[in-house]
Design a protein around this ligand. Sequence first.
Ligand code: ADP
Ligand code: MG
Length: 317
Amino acid sequence: MGEFDLIKRYFTRATPSALLGIGDDAALLRVNPGNVLAVSTDMLVCGTHFLPDADPFLLGHKTLAVNLSDLAAMGAEPRWAVLAIALPEADEAWLAQFSAGFFALAQQHGVELVGGDTTRGPLNLCVTIFGDVPAQQALRRSGAQVGDDIWVSGRLGDAALALAHLQGRIVLPDEEIDSCAPALHQPQPRVALGLALRGIASSAIDISDGLLADLGHILDASQVGAEIDFAALPLSPSMQAHAAQPLVRQCILAGGDDYELCFTAPAARHEELADIAARLDVPLTRIGKVVAGRGCIVRDAAGNPLNVETGGYEHFR
Ligand code: ADP
Ligand code: MG
């Protein structure tokens, strides 16, 4: 099968909201009047972000999910995506599964694939995503104010714990793997939450490199510090049971791949946030406070600072 048949069969779907989709030299897109485009790109590299035998359906899902998560963190409404893909060979069974996973999630979020690039090479998947947001309502990293509450969605550390199990760094019983593995393989980007946070959150980021690393980006951009209450962090029951283990604590605070939102909001918005959590059926948990100064202190239940490695995953380090 040639490149163009491959594109046609596996990546060409209707794109009714684009002026022009796949098939020309560029797509033509129109944003809602008064809005701006939020643009983000995220690449998944075989061997770095996933293993060669990764399930292609779940990989298709995750390739788009990590990009949707970035738009969620900006409070943008996802509209379009382009997909650059390098494949060692045109494996049709693999392509069928990959594109099914990709389009299943795309459809859930009303995203249209309007273009891309297809080449032969070591397996590499790169999506660029385009979203729509009123300029003044985009959620930036730089708006946190001293006194704001710090919140996270969902629960932390499950994906990192599942990865630690896959890599043999910890051995978990089956029921615990079943509880944490979906977070690693099929993360659910918090798009609806990001939209609901417009006008409420003072800053936001998605947690892809671990809570402390990503919260650290908010603190740097906002030039403030934070105090986090370790006992308040939202954990699955199995995480809770092992939370005193250094490796598990590392997964919670500095693991990657959570794709939850971390955001700040004035304390006065507490009730609105509780309503949003109930309406969207997304757990929202207050985990600490923005304080004057710099850096982040994590305290245990007794109020003593925990000594934790704050760095998330960094390439080239
Ligand atoms: P060009 O040579 O002009 O760059 P290509 O031959 O690479 O165009 O691609 C032909 C069309 O197919 C373009 O509209 C491009 O956006 C689209 N396309 C290529 N690869 C993909 C892909 N993996 N997914 C979606 N669209 C793709
Ligand atoms: Mg091209």
